[in-house]
Design a protein around this ligand. Structure first.
Ligand SMILES: [Zn+2]
Length: 161
């Protein structure tokens, strides 16, 4: 009995550096508020997941964010530099929405196969505004904004419909 008590108190006091957020990895440019937002978004995930977020990534012109399923429940979000907070937050929420889609199996990115939405290969010939996985991500981003940033106006024209 004494041993059990001693052991449990020992565990509760022991934390590794970076805990309890060791499965969220940020690059050095990530703004503090954005990190706090990500900790809340991380807690919505269904399964044990590692999310790596790179800000100020070099992305093709006009692309603000990309999310990759790296396999083994590990995801990489890359964000282009956006100086306006509300634009950056919208992109961040939209990319997190893709992580949720991957996490729930709605969006799939197999190593040797086509990216799939709801079990069917993604049709990239459709314009962005007609891609169901993007419309769904914008809808999720919209809901996340209402929950986490309700006191701030959304960027002009968001969500895209
Ligand atoms: Zn997207």
């Amino acid at each position: 009995m004494l041993f059990t008590t001693k052991l449990s108190s020992q565990f509760s006091e022991t934390q590794l550096p970076g805990e309890p957020y060791s499965d969220l990895i940020f690059d050095k440019h990530m703004a503090t508020y954005d990190k706090i937002l990500c900790h809340s978004l991380y807690s919505n995930l269904e399964s044990e997941t590692t999310v790596i977020i790179q800000t100020k990534a070099y992305l093709p012109f006009g692309v603000n964010g990309v999310t990759y399923d790296l396999g083994n429940s590990t995801f990489l979000i890359q964000l282009a530099h956006q100086s306006k907070n509300i634009d950056r937050w919208w992109t961040l929420l939209h990319e997190w929405a893709h992580v949720y889609q991957f996490d729930l199996g709605k969006l799939e990115e197999p190593v040797n196969g086509p990216i799939k939405w709801m079990g069917l290969p993604n049709d990239f010939s459709k314009p962005w505004s007609e891609r169901p996985w993007e419309l769904d991500a914008d809808s999720i981003a919209n809901n996340l904004w209402d929950v986490h940033l309700s006191y701030i106006n959304k960027p002009e024209g968001r969500p895209r419909r």
